[in-house]
Design a protein around this ligand. Structure first.
Ligand code: HEC
Ligand code: HEC
Length: 223
C-alpha cells in the first residue's frame, strides 16, 4: 500500500504526466458507466449539455482548476451549479489527468457563478438543480433528458410517486442513483445541499405529483 501511495504521490507531483492509452480508455469507461458527470457534461459527443463540455475543458481551464472542480466545486467556484461528488482518490486522479491533458487556462474562474447562495424554496431549488434533467414540471423531459441512457424519473407521475416513501426519495437525492441500483447519471446532492434543502425537494416532488407516499411510510397512519 505504501509503495502504491508513493507512486500515486509521485504521479500527482508531475502535472504533465500522460495517461497510457489503457488508462485513458479505462477512465472514459468509468465516466460512462459509474459517475454522474455525463448527466450534465458532454465528453466525446456523449452526455448532457447543461454544463461546459469536458472535451474542450483544457482550452479554458488549468489542471489545477479542473482538479479543484472535481474535488470540491463550491470551494473552487463559489456558488457553482455543480454538485460535489465524492469520488475515490484513485478515480479522481485518473479523471483529473484525463480532463487536464494539455490544459492551459487560468487557475481561477473568469466568469460569474449562476447560483445565488442563500435560502431558496423547494421549487427554486428544483429549478436550479433538477429541472435540466427532470424538467421544470417533473415530466422527465428536461433539456438533458434526450442525452441520457436512462429517462429521468417522472416526478409528476402520481401513480409512480405514490409508491415511493419520502425517505426513499430523500435517500436517492442525497446519495445518487448508484447505491440504489439506478442510473449513475442521477447525481448525489448530499455533499452540496443541506438536509433542510433536500426535504424541501422531497416536498416539491410531492407538489409535482400531487400525491403522498404510501400510508405505511407516513407518520401516524396504518397500512
Ligand atoms: C448536475 C450537473 C453536473 C454534474 C453531475 C457534474 N457537473 Fe461538472 N459542472 C457543472 C456545471 C454547471 C459547471 C459549470 C461551472 C459552474 O457554473 O458551476 C461544471 C463545471 C465543471 C468543470 C469546469 C469546466 C469549465 O469549463 O469551467 C469540470 C472540470 C467539471 N465540471 C467536471 C465534472 C466531473 C469530473 C464530474 C463528475 C464527477 C462533474 N463535473 C459532474 C455541472 C455538473
Ligand atoms: C444529470 C441528470 C439529473 C439531474 C441533474 C437530477 N436527476 Fe434525478 N434522476 C436522473 C435519472 C436519469 C434518474 C432515473 C434513474 C433510474 O431510474 O435508473 C433519476 C432519478 C431520480 C429519483 C428516483 C425516483 C424514484 O422513482 O425513486 C429521484 C428521487 C430524483 N431523481 C430526484 C432528483 C432531484 C430532487 C434532483 C435535483 C436536486 C435530481 N434528481 C437531479 C437524472 C438526474
Amino acid at each position: 500500500v505504501r509503495v502504491a501511495l508513493g507512486l500515486l504521490l509521485v504521479a500527482t507531483a508531475l502535472p504533465a504526466q500522460q495517461l497510457t492509452p489503457f488508462q485513458r480508455e479505462k477512465t472514459k469507461q468509468i465516466l460512462r458507466t459509474q459517475l454522474p458527470c455525463l448527466g450534465c457534461h458532454e465528453l466525446d459527443g456523449e452526455g448532457g449539455r447543461s454544463a461546459p463540455s469536458l472535451t474542450t475543458v483544457g482550452e479554458r481551464r488549468s489542471a489545477k482548476y479542473i482538479r479543484g472542480m472535481i474535488e470540491d466545486p463550491q470551494a473552487t467556484k463559489p456558488g457553482s451549479a455543480m454538485p460535489r461528488h465524492k469520488v475515490a482518490p484513485q478515480v479522481g486522479e485518473l479523471v483529473a489527468r484525463l480532463l487536464a491533458e494539455g490544459a492551459k487556462g487560468p487557475d481561477s474562474p473568469t466568469d460569474a457563478s449562476i447560483r445565488s447562495p442563500g435560502s431558496a424554496s423547494g421549487s427554486q431549488l428544483y429549478e436550479v438543480w433538477c429541472a435540466s434533467c427532470h424538467g421544470v414540471t417533473g415530466k422527465g423531459d428536461g433539456p438533458n433528458a434526450k442525452y441520457l441512457p436512462t429517462k429521468p424519473a417522472t416526478h409528476a407521475d402520481g401513480l409512480a410517486m405514490s409508491k415511493r416513501p419520502d425517505d426513499s426519495l430523500y435517500d436517492v437525492i442525497a446519495v445518487g442513483g448508484v447505491p440504489y441500483g439506478r442510473s449513475p447519471r442521477m447525481p448525489a446532492f448530499g455533499a452540496t445541499l443541506t438536509p433542510v434543502e433536500i426535504r424541501a425537494l422531497v416536498a416539491q416532488i410531492r407538489t409535482l405529483c400531487k400525491c403522498e407516499g404510501p400510508g405505511w411510510a407516513r407518520d401516524g397512519k396504518k397500512p
